[in-house]
Design a binder for this molecule. Structure first.
Ligand code: HMG
Length: 392
């Protein structure tokens, strides 16, 4: 049976304009900096100011895509996040309004921890296979926030990835068939009343690796593909050392012996952005994929890339795609690198003020103008979020 090619036609990543260095963090906590630089493999965390949320981050991620297409052709937004801004209204509808998309467009929010972005991508590819006229925006956007002085604090970060899913995609065809795994566990969770996540950190790393083994076995049963069929491996990256451990676990499971060089070739390029952005939950796997696309030379044309999505709680999926001929022409590498390089460094007290001291549950709130993106969250009025364009 031949399938129509469906996958990611364009994709772009955005993060906040500020970061906290883990060297500054280590000094503040009185910890050896190598615990972060080497032990968990992280150098910097993108920190959202109080007037940045998943709506403004996703607007920043999506705008460069809309500049290249007829935005009226977007038929649906699947918005994946675990940093929802409302218990009822989808963050995607705020985004739809800010970007002025067609009214003939469906919008829905998807949630399961870091897994929802992959779920959105798989749902969108099925929708396009069923109706090739569909052009679907999948957004994965999150702000990872843990309590101060907890084990998770060093693994915060934020980001949004926007992906346009179409037939005859220019970047990657997502191949039919995947392996998946669900288990009702409490490794990481965020009760409705809390703005920060709770985590059983060490346990969560074990559940992640077990889910990888289970999803991989199911993937093999479902698709018949073997380890050697895959050229590059992208993992969900809460911190880069986790992706390292994941790849070693998979190599061991398939009974391979690998040199450091082979290991690095297959996984390292997908970790470069995440190392200096931090965890962006649902977006993190796709930030990793963008990092791979932006860093591997020579061309990735016709290479098979695997994706392992893990969402605590837990749901996991393993799937693959084939990089398309000429994909380099539509990458937005310059924009990604510029944003990351232009971020402003924060001192520890300013990080605390930005990340941990705003009460969004208030009926009315004015927010200082700090976010430099196209749109900002300017206020909350009668419990309604007010977004404004930064030039207005
Ligand atoms: P911790 O207690 O802060 O750190 O927790 P540690 O003492 O375990 O040290 C970490 C590593 O650094 C260890 O290496 C140390 O040996 C090493 P490992 O044993 O793991 O190989 N180390 C050093 N290395 C060099 N020089 C030094 C040094 N000191 C120590 N001086 C933990 C670490 C990951 C638990 C913590 O960061 C945490 O709780 N993070 C949040 C949870 C998390 O990210 N879990 C990952 C799996 S779950 C997931 O990915 C889902 C998630 O994204 C959420 C979602 O799905 O929505 C989180």
């Amino acid at each position: 049976m031949t399938f129509m090619k469906v996958g990611i036609d364009l994709l772009h990543f955005a993060t906040s304009d500020y970061f906290l260095g883990l060297d500054t963090f280590a000094k503040e906590k009185g910890t050896d900096v190598n615990k972060y630089f080497v032990g968990i493999g992280q150098e910097k965390m993108s920190i959202a100011p109080p007037d940045e949320d998943v709506v403004t981050l996703s607007a920043k991620a999506t705008t460069p895509i809309l500049e290249q297409i007829d935005k009226n052709e977007i038929t649906a937004i699947l918005f994946a996040t675990e940093t929802a801004v409302d218990q009822s209204k989808s963050a995607g509808v705020f985004l739809h309004g800010l970007l002025g998309l067609s009214k003939h467009c469906r919008v829905i929010e998807l949630k399961h921890a870091c897994y929802a972005g992959a779920a959105g991508l798989q749902m969108a590819t099925s929708m396009v296979r069923a109706n090739p006229k569909e052009k679907i925006l999948v957004i994965a956007a999150d702000i990872a926030r843990y309590d101060v002085d907890t084990s998770g604090e060093a693994t915060q970060g934020c980001g949004a990835v926007a992906m346009l899913i179409t037939e005859s995609p220019r970047v990657i065809e997502i191949e039919p068939g995947s392996g998946y795994f669900t288990d009702d566990v409490m490794d990481f969770w965020r009760p409705n009343h809390r703005s920060t996540a709770l985590v059983d950190g060490k346990y969560s790393t074990k559940v992640y690796l077990n889910s990888l083994k289970e999803a991989w076995s199911h993937f093999q049963q479902q698709t018949g593909k073997v380890f050697e069929d895959i050229d590059y491996f992208c993992y969900h990256i809460p911190f880069t050392k986790m992706a390292e451990k994941a790849h070693k676990t998979l190599v061991k499971k398939v009974g391979k012996k690998f040199s450091e060089e082979q290991h690095d070739t297959q996984t390292l390029p997908s970790q470069l952005y995440n190392r200096i952005v931090g965890n962006s939950y649902s977006a993190s796997l796709f930030v990793g994929f963008i990092s791979l696309l932006d860093h591997v030379q020579p061309s990735l044309e016709n290479k098979r890339v695997s994706f392992f999505s893990y969402g605590s709680g837990c749901v996991a999926e393993f799937f693959t795609g084939i990089i398309q001929k000429g994909y380099e022409k539509v990458l937005m590498t310059q924009s990604h690198k510029q944003q990351i390089e232009q971020r402003q460094e924060l001192d520890y007290p300013t990080y605390l003020k930005f990340y941990h001291q705003t009460d969004y549950s208030l009926e009315n709130l004015e927010l200082p103008k700090i976010n430099k993106g196209k749109f900002r969250l300017s206020a909350i009025e009668n419990y309604k979020r007010i977004y404004t364009a930064n030039n207005s």
